[in-house]
Design a binder for this molecule. Structure first.
Ligand code: G
Ligand code: MN
Length: 381
């Protein structure tokens, strides 16, 4: 977790986190910044930077782009998962358009190219620090009580979190072959998973939700009759959380776990993410793209993630037996999936007509109220 509430006003001087794997460049930049009365903490990798950000608040992050392991862009994505506001200044010796575009997309404050002019650097950092202070006071207009209340509600949501399980049925045999684990909690102000995720995002505590879900899922799968699999929902940013593959209790069951990723929040495919996916697959996890065919979802994630499973959104399934366009869409999606040996699940099946229609159109697995509602108990074989 990054330090949740960085407060520049607590510091007379702006605190700058400086990340560069080249010690000479880093020392030089640090000297320039310190001369301008800025407090500088130096680290030589993205990983160390995340550790520092977790421990104490900063006003500005200045990072090199080209670094081994976590690049400046990867670091920026990881920071943005939990902190929308921290100004980030990227520095590159070999600027290129895709990096600049990604920098803009994630709201980098500046993208500076080497050799760095010391006046430009100090000026950018000072302005970034001032804009951070403004952002914070706009966002939290003297309402620490609201924030405190949200923190209490969110903590209660995490503490009371439990999983509901909805069966996924083999259309051919009518048998249960998997369950989807769905987050539920007993916090009255944060009833739905999107509400919990929105609160987590506001508080900069997004990774905590996924970690809690995976802890609960790991415990539940111990009791899930073999060979049933468990589908576990991820927020796209969870793909950047190393805990995903390195939590032993969860990874132990990787072969029985399908990680569902939705395009509800945009998915940033990077080289880092591709290698992360390869690693997760090596551990045995399968990947599903959730909500295909929903208003916001394109086919980008399908192309980029090369999932083992695709879940067709319930908006396409609803009334499909009476709608030729829906039928053609489902049929085309199913064909595309079969061509690349990907399993198709129809979600939100509520009637026998819908069930028969999606089965005929090529969906192998079915999920929906007709076949079983989400319940606390795991199915028995
Ligand atoms: O985005 P995702 O597909 O993970 O969302 C699953 C949600 O859909 C769950 O909250 C679940 O309760 C709900 N759901 C599951 N089956 C049905 C269904 O048949 N009809 C409707 N309306 N909702 C469903
Ligand atoms: Mn899902």
């Amino acid at each position: 977790m990054l330090a949740a509430n960085p407060s520049p006003s607590d510091h007379a001087r702006l605190r700058i986190l400086l990340v560069d794997d080249d010690p000479q460049v880093r020392k030089l930049l640090a000297r320039v910044l310190r001369k301008a009365e800025l407090e500088v903490v130096e680290v030589n990798s993205g990983r160390e930077a995340l550790g520092e950000l977790r421990a104490t608040p900063f006003d500005v992050l200045v990072s090199d782009v080209h670094m081994p392991e976590l690049t400046g862009l990867d670091l920026m994505r990881a920071v943005r998962a939990v902190d929308q506001d921290l100004p980030i200044i990227l520095i590159s010796g070999a600027p290129d358009v895709p990096t600049a575009a990604a920098a803009v997309e994630h709201g980098a404050f500046r993208y500076l190219t080497k050799p760095i002019d010391s006046v430009v650097l100090c000026d950018s950092v000072q302005r970034a620090g001032r804009s951070h202070a403004r952002l914070r006071s706009d966002r939290n207009p003297a309402s620490p009580t609201d924030r405190r209340q949200l923190e209490i509600s969110f903590q209660n949501a995490l503490d009371s979190a439990w999983l509901a399980f909805q069966p996924i049925i083999d259309a051919r045999t009518g048998r249960v072959c998997a369950v989807e684990a769905l987050l539920r909690c007993d916090e009255p102000t944060l009833r739905s998973p999107p509400a919990v995720l929105a609160a987590a995002t506001d508080l900069g505590r997004l990774f905590e939700v996924g970690r809690r879900v995976r802890t609960l899922a790991a415990a539940a799968i111990e009791k899930l009759p073999a060979p049933l699999s468990m589908f576990v929902n991820l927020h796209p940013y969870d793909l950047h959380d190393l805990d995903l593959g390195s939590n032993p209790a969860f990874a132990k069951h990787a072969k029985r776990i399908v990680l569902e990723v939705t395009e509800r929040a945009s998915l940033q495919i990077s080289s880092d993410l591709s290698s992360r996916l390869a690693w997760l697959r090596q551990l045995g996890f399968r990947v599903a793209v959730d909500d295909i065919g929903a208003g916001y979802s394109g086919l980008t994630s399908f192309a980029e993630l090369m999932p083992e499973v695709v879940k067709i959104d319930m908006s396409l399934v609803r009334g499909c037996h009476e709608n030729v366009i829906k039928q053609r869409t489902i049929s085309a999606l199913a064909k595309l999936c079969h061509d690349v040996r990907c399993t198709v699940v129809a979600e939100g099946v509520e009637t026998a007509d819908e069930r028969d229609c999606v089965t005929e159109l090529g969906c192998e697995l079915l999920q929906g109220y007709l076949l079983g509602r989400p319940v606390r108990e795991l199915p028995k074989l």
